[in-house]
Design a protein around this ligand. Sequence first.
Ligand SMILES: [Zn+2]
Length: 137
Amino acid sequence: MLSSDKRVFYEDGAEAFAGAIAEALDAAVVDVERQQNGSFVKKIRLFVSASPESFEALTGRKAKGITYRGSVFLSPRLLEHPDEIDAYVTHELSHLFLLQHRGLYKYMTMPQWFTEGLAVFVLQTIFDVRCIFERTR
Ligand SMILES: [Zn+2]
């Protein structure tokens, strides 16, 4: 599976992972824009690494993902739990949305409980709605 999504940039060897990210992206954008009440105002860019080591070399972190430099960076450690990829992409896009709207300085000086809490809130709301939908079908 090769990603032709122009928002997803990937390292050689990360084609399948990038494809999975691209598949999750449209729904994540819709969810974040709806929950955070607006539109992304700049380009959405996701950089997908082929290995946890190359992710760490790129970002200096051992995390599964990070939003910085106006972009989302994702580690293939996400593939350890493929069922969580959608949620993770949505989580990072919540950060990216806030970063785009507030600018780097304001974003970086926001308390972490708020930025992480908002990302969790966005996800939880979507999750609750989907649960209700599942139950009523
Ligand atoms: Zn986060």
